[in-house]
Design a protein around this ligand. Structure first.
Ligand SMILES: *[C@@H]1O[C@H](CO)[C@@H](O)[C@H](O)[C@H]1NC(C)=O
Ligand SMILES: *[C@@H]1O[C@H](CO)[C@@H](O)[C@H](O)[C@H]1NC(C)=O
Ligand SMILES: *[C@@H]1O[C@H](CO)[C@@H](O)[C@H](O)[C@H]1NC(C)=O
Ligand SMILES: [Zn+2]
Length: 512
């Protein structure tokens, strides 16, 4: 078994060679020295993510195979990363690279939100078919669900609740109906450009889907199955560890009684422990408590205090705190400075995992979130879409090993970028910036696990330059930049290396 070799992050000593090249170009005249050219190419390539990762012979064979496949996909009439993911998905399903990426041990998923952890297919086909499930259709052409032992009372938005079972029994086309329910719970559509003409339009549907999902997954018995199913879907995608952002809402029972957040927290932990007991090659999960950035300062203060307490009560399970919701319409981090300074003032540590720079509005207050996140000592940066435009922030995050959680499909569906080859993470990748890949809201985007996002990063953002070393470093990064304590990181890396070696030996057959 070979050891995990982490590339060093020291300064580069290129200045001298570069000076020599320049001098030669001017002094010698004519064609530049091809050897110098090669040195330059090599030095530049070595800076990228994975550029200093050692590949074994078997890994080099697989790398060459993957490169050939990538060249073929780039030459094809339809290059998936150039298309909206909703259109690219059927193409990606046919890609042999994608099927390799599915089998590849990808390490950890560090940026996923709890409501969108499990595929809508399962939500509709399994959850909405359970007994006592009521549905209502709102004014805004959306749906609400609740499980109840008797017909729920009307609300301003929901005048009439119907038992789903009865409704379906009287339907001509229950399959079509189920499909429309799925449409309510995901953003997926055949024609995304017409359906979502603007960021506002897509975010409105996005927030609406979360509300619709909430009634299903906060029913206590479903809540447990949901988490278990979520872990199972990650496990099947060869992911071994999860850091889940969650608001920890209260849950309810059929008779309307309510369990508090502490119950949800305990249940998360119990279900995770059960899953790990049944899947010993899964390392576990931890939570990042997240609240909406539309809250008031005093609400966020209360949430920070609560998170501090939860971390005290569940130190191995609660990783830290984050603010969620659309940055462009929500309040910037600096607005919450009083609340976010509380842990430091109280002399306790509450690690932050801030979403920051999920915007294309350069120079706005929202754009300042990246520097503010670093100022508040964030452990990682969620998205960091705007990071490439912030030289100081980039330097600080690089030197401080503050990894960026890149979620390409999310950025594309939420309309920050259309052709993923133009994603700004391409710059970060070529510079070897600390980075991990994640899926943000897989069920809303019609994905599960991380393979789709890895595909976009490896084939689209990274281009032909991204190689097996890149994939290897990204997977290692996901453990290295996790919130796990160092001895668990070691264990995680060793577990990952074993599955990686197995993956390589099963896939590095020599190809014609
Ligand atoms: C629904 O999910 C549960 C738990 O995951 C499983 O036990 C059950 O068999 C599923 N039911 C259907 C109808 O798929
Ligand atoms: C949600 O489901 C309802 C009921 O089937 C349907 O009429 C409506 O068009 C769906 N909404 C969306 C956004 O798909
Ligand atoms: C961030 O870390 C620095 C250095 O450890 C510390 O002085 C500062 O108080 C921290 N800031 C916050 C807001 O926690
Ligand atoms: Zn997110």
């Amino acid at each position: 078994m070979n050891k995990v070799v982490l590339p060093s992050r020291g300064r580069y000593t290129i200045t001298l060679q570069l000076a020599a090249v320049m001098c030669c170009v001017t002094a010698c005249g004519g064609t530049p020295d091809p050897r110098q050219r090669e040195t330059m190419m090599h030095q530049e390539a070595s800076r990228q993510i994975g550029g200093r990762v050692h590949l074994t012979g078997a890994e080099q064979r697989l790398d060459a195979h993957l490169r050939k496949l990538k060249e073929q996909e780039m030459a094809a009439a339809q290059f998936p990363p150039a298309f909206h993911f909703f259109k690219a998905r059927p193409l990606i399903h046919k890609s042999p690279i994608f099927s390799l990426l599915q089998r590849m041990p990808k390490g950890a998923a560090l940026h996923i939100h709890s409501s969108s952890l499990v595929s809508v297919d399962w939500l509709v086909k399994n959850i909405t078919y359970r007994p006592h499930c009521y549905i209502c259709f709102t004014w805004g052409r959306s749906v609400r669900f609740v499980f109840s032992s008797r017909r729920p009372f009307p609300t301003w938005d929901c005048l009439y609740w119907q038992l789903l079972k009865t409704l379906r029994a009287n339907m001509v086309d229950p399959t079509g109906f189920d499909y429309s329910l799925m449409q309510n719970l995901t953003l997926f559509t055949e024609d995304p450009d017409t359906t979502y003409p603007s960021q506002d339009a897509v975010w409105e549907r996005f927030e609406m889907a979360f509300v619709a999902i909430a009634g299903l997954v906060t029913y206590a018995p479903v809540f447990k199955d949901f988490l278990y199913k979520g872990l199972e879907q990650l496990f099947h995608d060869n992911i071994m560890y999860l850091e889940l952002r969650t608001g920890l809402s209260s849950t309810y029972e059929l008779d309307g009684s309510i369990h508090d957040k502490a119950w949800s927290l305990r249940t998360y932990q119990e279900v995770t422990q059960q899953f790990v007991a049944e899947h010993p090659s899964f390392l576990g999960a931890r939570l990042i408590i997240s609240v909406h950035r539309l809250l008031s300062v005093s609400d966020v203060k209360a949430a920070v205090k609560e998170a501090i307490q939860m971390q005290k009560d569940f130190p191995e399970f609660v990783a830290g705190f984050d603010l969620v919701g659309r940055e462009d319409r929500g309040r910037p981090l600096w607005f919450f400075r009083e609340a976010l300074s509380l842990p430091a003032e109280l002399g306790v540590t509450l690690p932050y995992f801030f979403h920051a720079g999920e915007t294309d509005h350069e120079g706005t207050e929202v754009d300042e979130n990246i520097l503010d996140a670093l100022l508040f000592n964030t452990t990682r940066i969620g998205h960091g879409y705007a990071l490439a435009h912030h030289p100081l922030a980039k330097e600080l995050s690089r030197n401080g090993n503050v990894a960026v959680e890149v979620c390409p499909i999310s950025n594309q569906v939420l309309k920050l970028v259309s052709d993923l080859r133009n994603h700004p993470a391409a710059v970060l990748m070529s510079e070897g910036h600390p980075m991990v890949v994640s899926s943000d809201d897989p069920s809303l985007f019609g994905t599960t696990g991380l393979s789709y996002d890895f595909y976009e990063v490896y084939v689209g953002i990274g281009g032909l330059r991204a190689n097996l070393g890149t994939l290897k470093e990204l997977a290692i990064n996901s453990i290295r930049y996790s919130s796990l304590p160092s001895q668990l990181k070691e264990r995680g890396l060793a577990m990952w290396q074993r599955t990686w070696d197995k993956f390589i030996s099963e896939n590095s057959y020599s190809n014609p």
